[in-house]
Design a protein around this ligand. Structure first.
Ligand SMILES: [Zn+2]
Length: 463
């Protein structure tokens, strides 16, 4: 099967140019001006459109058990929603619970994805239990293409690991080339503040934010970086949310350390006031780290512009308001942590980043596709447009007006964090490995067509 995408404006992280793309089977075969129409089984006219590499979202939580419930999108509904928004690759998280072997966690997550995912997916491994004898299990995971591990400095008693464990894991990557991803918040301190708040009868959603100060994030980011520096390895900070934490990353990078960080659309566009909405409405915005005061937003945008931050992911972890967020009606600590966003990342970043003049189209592609693919060992198969790479492509209409709403979104969740946001620019046609899976709002993909991606160790963070 041969497909020709004609007359589009091709955008990569480096160039913007007029050209056609010939796809043979699942791969990009040729790129150039005026490629001949024959022989092609399909011709897609991209006149007036941008042609982007498919988005790569390296932080999603589909079908995740958390706080007595399970995130409401599974691999079928979540990957379909991702595709509607122009994302064609995700890296989700398998969770090694205490007392469980990593191998068992990987098998569990493969089963969740199998027969359901409609776009390609990789997995990170969340490690909660790492005895001395478990370190070689990390190497086995890397051999399976699970080339990154996430460790938590927060959620004591559930996910948090101590500094010795973090340091051992970091040190192990010097040999196996994996990348350690850190959830950086000082869980011990936060826990004490939370207990105090509850003792004072402070149970509303806003106290979720009030009990997790930015300094607790900055301290943990600093500590994570220091441990990586001692171990002589790169480190990647997930969902960075505050100016103080950003300053830690910037300072480390200025010193030449291989430190990388992502932020998410919610930290760029929403602030702590959302949690103070009347009634229990604020629960829709309960996730960690929490939303911050307004002044942090501008700092994070500037961080993206100046490359102190390298990636925008979503941390998509949806819970329905009616019956899941409600678990914390009388106690904010029982509200499942997470929010939906897998479908809206490109729309929001294109509109608020490119249209509003904060960065270039090429930087946009770099943030949502190229750099995440590079850092997580998927490049150049994913994240760019070049011969030999997978034909994961988005024909993007830069003039399409779109109103973000739970009424029309494809995520399986009963609210949108960005309800009422009007954006200009949206995915028109989405191809995954040469196959059109979304076209003008129509779903043409199928559950189970997505493949597990074995990711390489020593990705971009190690260069
Ligand atoms: Zn997460």
């Amino acid at each position: 099967m041969t497909t020709l995408i004609q007359n589009g404006t091709i955008v990569t992280s480096e160039r913007t140019f007029a050209g056609d793309i010939r796809i043979e089977g699942e791969k990009i075969h040729e790129i150039g001006p005026g490629l001949p129409a024959a022989p092609a089984d399909h011709i897609l006219d991209a006149s007036g459109m941008l042609v982007l590499p498919g988005g790569v979202d390296v932080h999603t939580h589909l079908d995740l058990p958390f706080g007595g419930t399970v995130s409401s999108d599974d691999f079928e509904t979540g990957t379909r929603a991702a595709a509607f928004g122009g994302t064609t690759t995700i890296v989700d998280f398998a969770v090694q619970a205490r007392g469980m072997k990593m191998r068992q966690a990987l098998d569990t997550w493969w089963k969740k994805a199998e027969g359901r995912a409609s776009i390609d997916y990789g997995l990170h491994m969340i490690v909660t239990d790492l005895p001395e004898a478990g370190l070689e299990d990390m190497d086995a995971m890397v051999a399976e293409g699970v080339a990154s591990f996430k460790l938590f400095m927060a959620y004591p008693g559930v996910l948090m690991v101590d500094d010795a464990t973090i340091f051992k894991a970091l040190s192990r990557t010097a040999g196996n080339g994996a990348l350690i991803c850190m959830h950086a918040e000082n869980g011990g301190v936060i826990d004490v503040i939370i207990r105090r708040a509850l003792a004072e009868g402070k149970t509303a959603p806003i106290y979720h934010a009030m009990t997790r100060p930015p300094t607790a994030e900055a301290e943990a980011v600093h500590r994570a970086i220091a441990m990586a520096e001692i171990a002589g390895t790169p480190v990647y900070i997930v969902h960075l949310s505050s100016e103080e934490a950003l300053n830690q990353v910037r300072e480390a990078r200025d010193r030449g350390l291989p430190v990388f960080a992502e932020t998410c659309p919610q930290y760029l566009l929403l602030s702590v006031e959302e949690l103070a909405r009347p009634g229990f409405e604020g629960a829709k915005y309960v996730f960690t780290p929490p939303l911050r005061e307004k002044h942090h937003l501008a700092a994070l945008w500037e961080g993206l512009r100046q490359d102190h931050l390298q990636v925008v992911s979503t941390d998509h972890c949806p819970f329905c308001f009616a019956d899941q967020k409600a678990l914390g009606k009388d106690d904010f600590t029982k509200i499942p942590n997470g929010g939906p966003g897998i479908e809206n990342r490109l729309q929001l970043l294109f509109h608020h980043g490119v249209n509003e003049g904060r960065f270039s189209l090429n930087r946009f592609v770099e943030l949502v596709a190229t750099t995440p693919a590079r850092i997580f060992g998927l490049y150049p198969r994913k994240g760019t447009i070049e011969p030999g790479g997978d034909a994961d492509l988005v024909i993007w209409d830069p003039d399409a007006e779109h109103l973000i709403s739970a009424q029309t979104h494809h995520m399986r969740v009963d609210y949108s964090m960005f309800e009422g946001f009007r954006v200009k620019g949206n995915a028109r046609t989405v191809l995954s490995r040469g196959e059109v899976i979304v076209d003008r709002g129509q779903w043409l993909g199928r559950a189970g067509r997505g493949a597990f991606l074995k990711r390489s160790a020593r990705g971009g963070a190690w260069k």
